[in-house]
Design a binder for this molecule. Structure first.
Ligand code: NAG
Ligand code: NAG
Ligand code: NAG
Ligand code: NAG
Ligand code: NAG
Length: 277
């Protein structure tokens, strides 16, 4: 037994005695590892910095440039009421009446003739929450001799294709509940409403006095008074279509500045849709 175990040991190759030859392979492996890790880390850092910079530049560009909205904004929205026209054109004898529905605009933006290239921030105020700052879905109707408010609706539902614009202002004592009244003198709060010559979705991030579509027709004039609802004459509006309006001052000395604070309540400016089928 012992002779068998001793024999292979005699065949061992002698270990190198030189210090350098022992240490060098191990050390150079560690160094190579460190070197490559450093290179990879540096590359990642450079790529990260590049990405962050491009994000910053991109958001800057989105706010300040006046390039047209994304090419898809010109496309029609897919219609989810497919073949309803066939059904309601003979097959279904619907004999029910539905009350008008309320269509609250998602956002309203301003343009100013005094600053023709200025993009007004759409949701300038935000709550600070645990998730970060969340914009308050407020809708500001602000008109002055220089400033107009642009609003766009997308016609909802099916067979509710008779639309009209409505302005509701709660009693003065309720200031701050659903609506914040910054400027409203009833004798000077007359608002001209114009239909804009576009059927595309407007991009609030590029909307300025200069990029704003031209006025196509005068829809009417709205008077703003406390505790009153004013409604303009109705017009035909195809389901799913976009309807854009400009609200401007009617007269030289006029002004109105109200902000609807709640995205659910029918206050401020909104649209009513009446049944047509
Ligand atoms: C509805 O029916 C009428 C006549 O029956 C026809 O002229 C019209 O094209 C139909 N409309 C649709 C959308 O099918
Ligand atoms: C629709 O309703 C009215 C009033 O309720 C009724 O007179 C009429 O016969 C109904 N028509 C149909 C097609 O059901
Ligand atoms: C639209 O609705 C209004 C309000 O109910 C009504 O007076 C008007 O006649 C309707 N127009 C059409 C074309 O249905
Ligand atoms: C409504 O309330 C806001 C804030 O509380 C205030 O700044 C504003 O002047 C009030 N409006 C009127 C018309 O009193
Ligand atoms: C608001 O208008 C209604 C109906 O016209 C009236 O009954 C109510 O007293 C008014 N409220 C205020 C605060 O003026």
């Amino acid at each position: 037994m012992s002779s068998q175990t001793l024999q292979p040991r005699a065949k061992y190759a002698p270990l190198p005695q030189d210090d350098e030859t022992i240490e060098k392979p191990a050390e150079s492996k560690t160094y190579a590892l460190i070197r490559w890790s450093t290179i990879v880390l540096l590359l990642c850092t450079v790529v990260d910095v590049f990405l962050v910079l491009s994000l910053v530049l991109r958001s800057d560009r989105e706010v300040f440039s006046s390039t047209p909205a994304s090419p898809t904004s010109a496309l029609e929205m897919p219609n989810m009421y497919i073949n309803f026209d066939k059904l309601y054109n003979g097959t279904i004898q619907e004999n029910r009446t539905f009350p008008p529905i309320v269509n609250i605009p998602r956002g309203m933006s301003q343009v100013s003739s005094a600053q023709p290239n200025k993009v007004f921030p759409q949701w300038p105020e935000s709550w600070l929450t645990i998730y970060g700052s969340v914009p308050i879905n407020s809708r500001r109707l602000w008109v002055s001799p220089e400033v107009s408010t642009i609003v766009q609706f997308r016609v909802m539902d099916y067979g509710m294709e008779n639309c009209s614009l409505v302005l509701t202002i709660p009693p003065a004592a309720e200031n701050g509940t659903d609506i914040l009244v910054s400027d409203l003198r009833e004798d000077q709060a007359r608002v001209d409403v114009w239909a804009l010559s576009t059927s595309k979705r407007l991009d609030p991030q590029t909307l300025t006095w200069k990029t704003c579509p031209t006025r196509a027709a005068h829809v009417g004039m709205l008077a703003a008074s406390y505790n009153e609802t004013h409604e303009l004459p109705s017009f035909a509006c195809r389901s799913g279509s976009y309807q854009a309006f400009e609200l401007s001052c009617a007269g030289s000395g006029c002004g109105l500045d109200i902000t609807a604070l709640n995205g659910q309540t029918a206050v401020g400016l909104y649209m009513r849709q009446y049944q047509t089928k």
